[in-house]
Design a protein around this ligand. Structure first.
Ligand code: ASP
Length: 346
């Protein structure tokens, strides 16, 4: 092609390009780019217990969740849609302790918990101890948007989810051999501990809860968390994940947070809200607030190995902190590239 023929088009092209740049920067300094951070659970993740195949599969699932969530944000979708979609990908994977890969209760059932929160309105929705719902995070969102309540539990939550037209799956869908084996190991351990201490001891195995925090083009934050809870749990035990302020929190004034770890400690420390409170009252950055909660406050309550969290502020700054040997986690950089991490020292 003879470029000379189109030389007269050059000024027009330049003008158009600068218009596009202007349109983008007209959002101003305060309008951060979109951002997405996810986790797939914190716990005793050790290199010598990991196979290359398993690590590759975990990273691939995290990357898929990041890509799907980021695409929504890039297209102008809301942070709520992004966190819900990212969490659904992880719920649908058998690798994580949420949705399909949820751990078993001591009775061999899957009882799942999930929550979602909108940073713009501080509206929130949660479900706890639900069985059969394919994507508990979707049920949590329906609670937030279609009821005047924040949390529904057990049979009532399942009835509500059916009325909302959500998909259910039978127990075969939720059966994963590795979770079944984990239940047997946990029961064995429980027996040993009972003998050792002569009283009921509850061995905690937790790994694979999932969560996401996002910032959309309008500057709105959102957080979502989903889990099967602890393997071998009983008596209707519910952890921090569906409790607003404990495992999940979002407020445009501060940050969006999703936690993972020993839920009882996160509930007692009001961990997710604590990150927000440190930002609001002590004016800490999101990074410093997350560090304080994970490495000081949670350690004070529960010691090393309590868990971790992800947190994101309105400028797109974020933290991914854990006091466990590892936490499956990842974020999307400003070029849209997904980065994933497994071990704490990565
Ligand atoms: N926090 C979850 C719970 O206690 C478990 C986890 O994050 O692994 O239910």
């Amino acid at each position: 092609m003879n470029t000379g023929t189109h030389a007269h088009l050059l000024p027009l092209t330049l003008a158009l390009i600068s218009l596009v740049i202007l349109a983008d920067s007209s959002r101003g300094d305060d309008a951060a780019a979109v951002a997405l951070v996810i986790h797939g659970g914190a716990g005793t993740i050790l290199r010598d217990q990991m196979t290359p195949e398993r690590e590759a599969a975990l990273r691939a699932a995290l990357t898929e969740a990041l890509d799907i969530g980021y695409r929504i944000l890039k297209a102008g979708g809301s942070s709520l849609d992004a966190v819900e979609a990212a969490v659904c990908v992880l719920e649908d994977s058998p690798l994580f302790n949420a949705g399909r890969g949820a751990v078993f209760t001591s009775e061999g059932k899957n009882e799942m918990d999930a929550a979602i929160m909108d940073g713009a309105t501080r509206k929130a929705g949660a479900v706890a101890s639900v069985t059969g719902i394919k994507n508990p995070v979707k049920a949590a969102r329906k609670v937030m948007e279609n009821t005047s309540h924040v949390m529904l539990v057990g049979k009532g939550a399942e009835t509500f989810a059916r009325e909302q037209g959500l998909q259910f799956e039978d127990s075969a869908y939720f059966f994963t051999q590795h979770r079944w084996d984990e239940l047997q190991r946990t029961k064995e351990k429980e027996k040993e501990l009972k003998q050792e201490y002569g009283s009921l001891a509850f061995p905690h195995t937790h790994l694979g809860t999932v969560g996401a925090v996002a910032l959309d083009r309008d500057g709105n934050l959102a957080a979502a968390t989903s889990t099967g809870g602890l393997a071998n749990k009983r008596w209707g035990r519910v952890g921090d994940s569906p409790i607003i302020g404990a495992g999940t929190y979002a407020d445009n004034a501060t940050c969006a947070v999703s936690c993972t770890g020993r839920g009882e400690i996160f509930i007692r420390g009001a961990a997710a809200h604590e990150v927000s409170a440190l930002m609001r009252h002590e004016k800490l950055s999101v990074e410093k607030a997350a560090k304080r909660v994970v490495h000081d406050e949670l350690i004070e309550l529960g010691g090393e190995g309590t868990g971790g969290l992800i947190a994101l502020d309105r400028k797109g700054r974020f933290a991914m902190e854990c006091n466990t040997p590892g936490m499956y986690r990842g974020y999307v950089d400003s070029n849209g590239k997904a980065h994933t991490f497994v071990y704490r020292d990565e």
